[in-house]
Write a protein that binds this ligand. Structure first.
Ligand code: ZN
Ligand code: FE
Length: 257
């Protein structure tokens, strides 16, 4: 049976370990030691490392892991990351034989220039999207521009509604605080806030989230909805003719929230 386990790291990162009884692939290991501890406690053999983008909280553990395990390291071909053995381009596929998972590569630039996501459809729909889509939020735009980030999020929106979304940070509660301000009448968001507060009180991860849920609550996926258009227009006191501009305003607004 496939298990996808969040190994907590740093302040609010999750390092996702995709595994069966014997083997494991790890996504964005920013640090090696908690991953090695988990592999040892579950008696798992590492079979691959997957990287979404170059930031050190996603790549810092590569060197130490590859010293202990001779495994392929997949990552974005458009970024320079030490240790990558298999640079990837859009639509490339990654076959993880040991855990019977096939992933395909989606380009989602914006947070960084070469940021990629990994999408798989069996045994269920799943996407590892790094720092691009978060529950009720999205990544900061460090290297790309807003229109590009918006396109990347729209791309993720075209995945099946039941896709499980494995983000790399536990930002959900803070994201909901902003979402409630930008989309105050959204009942689903109010319900989610209550549920997420409960989870966080018990230190339980709020991830993975589901694409269908994100479409209902995430302001950055709802830039074509009247409530978000109105809020964004009021915030800048100017008309915003298209969803991409609404996105840009929401992103800026949240940066200073
Ligand atoms: Zn990042
Ligand atoms: Fe990060």
């Amino acid at each position: 049976m496939l298990n996808i386990h969040p190994v907590p790291a740093f302040r609010d990162n999750y390092i996702w370990v995709i595994h069966n009884q014997d083997h494991a692939a790890v996504v964005d290991p920013g640090i090696a030691s908690p991953v090695i501890d988990y592999l040892q406690s579950e008696k798992l053999q590492l079979c691959a490392i997957l990287i979404t983008h170059h930031h050190s909280d996603h790549t810092g553990g590569i060197a130490e892991l590859t010293q202990s395990f001779n495994v392929p390291v997949y990552g974005p071909g458009n970024e320079s990351i030490a240790g990558i053995t298999h640079p990837l381009r859009e639509n490339d596929s990654v076959r993880l034989e040991e855990i019977a998972v096939n992933l395909s590569v989606i380009d989602i630039p914006g947070h960084t220039r070469g940021h990629i996501a990994y999408y798989g459809s069996t045994p269920f729909a799943m996407v590892f999207c790094g720092d691009t889509l978060f529950s009720c939020g999205c990544g900061r735009i460090f290297e790309g521009h807003a229109a590009q980030m918006y396109q990347s999020l729209q791309k993720l929106c075209r995945l099946p509604d039941d896709t499980r979304i494995y983000c790399t940070h536990e930002y959900t509660l803070g994201n909901i605080r902003f979402a409630r301000t930008a989309d105050p009448e959204n009942r689903k968001l109010i319900e989610l806030e209550i549920a997420v507060e409960q989870l966080r009180q018990h230190n339980i991860p709020t991830l993975p989230t589901l694409l269908s849920l994100e479409k209902a609550v995430n302001p950055f996926l709802r830039c074509d909805q009247p409530a978000l258009i109105n809020s964004a227009q009021q915030h800048v006191a100017a008309p915003l003719p298209d969803p991409s501009r609404v996105f840009s305003v929401l992103r800026e607004w949240k940066n200073n929230f």
